[in-house]
Structures are given as structure tokens and as C-alpha cells.
Design a protein around this ligand. Structure first.
Ligand SMILES: [Zn+2]
Length: 87
């Protein structure tokens, strides 16, 4: 269980080369007129990043993608953060 603060970036080891992987997310380029390539962005999507999207009725989980600094391998997780269960 990882219940650390969600404001900190998690690091893990690459399953391919055992290099250091850092947490980030994929920025979908479909919203822009010319950006067709999805981008990996280091760090966490800021709160409110998805605000304004009216298709939020269904359960949507932001995808966290780890990127290996050595070989560039990407590993994605769709984990529900503890944000909404804050006491
Ligand atoms: Zn690697």
C-alpha cells in the first residue's frame, strides 16, 4: 500500500534495465489542434487539471505513467488516489 502524500513523486526501478523510473503522466494531445503526439509529463497532474470536462459522469482514473530515465520504458497505472477519501 502506498499511502504517502500524493504531492510527492514516487520513484521505482525499471523492470527492464533496473534504472530509475520517475512518476509522471501522459498528456493526451487530442485537445490541441496540432499536438497529435501524447506527451509524458514529469510530476503529477495538478488538481483541477481535469476540471471542465463534462464527461466526468463515468468513473475516470487519471493514468500515472512511470518513465525510465535510462531506457525510456513507460509503465502505466490507473490507480485511484486517496484524494477523495481524505479525512
Ligand atoms: Zn529502463
Amino acid at each position: 500500500m502506498e499511502q504517502q502524500g500524493f504531492s510527492s513523486i514516487h520513484l521505482k526501478n525499471c523492470p527492464k534495465c533496473h534504472g530509475l523510473m520517475e512518476e509522471g503522466f501522459i498528456l493526451d494531445g487530442t485537445h490541441g489542434p496540432s499536438n497529435r503526439v501524447s506527451l509524458w509529463v514529469r510530476g503529477l497532474a495538478e488538481k483541477g487539471f481535469f476540471r471542465g470536462v463534462k464527461t466526468w459522469k463515468k468513473t475516470k482514473i487519471p493514468v500515472t505513467t512511470y518513465r525510465c530515465q535510462s531506457c525510456g520504458f513507460l509503465e502505466s497505472y490507473a490507480r485511484i488516489r486517496e484524494e477523495e477519501n481524505r479525512k
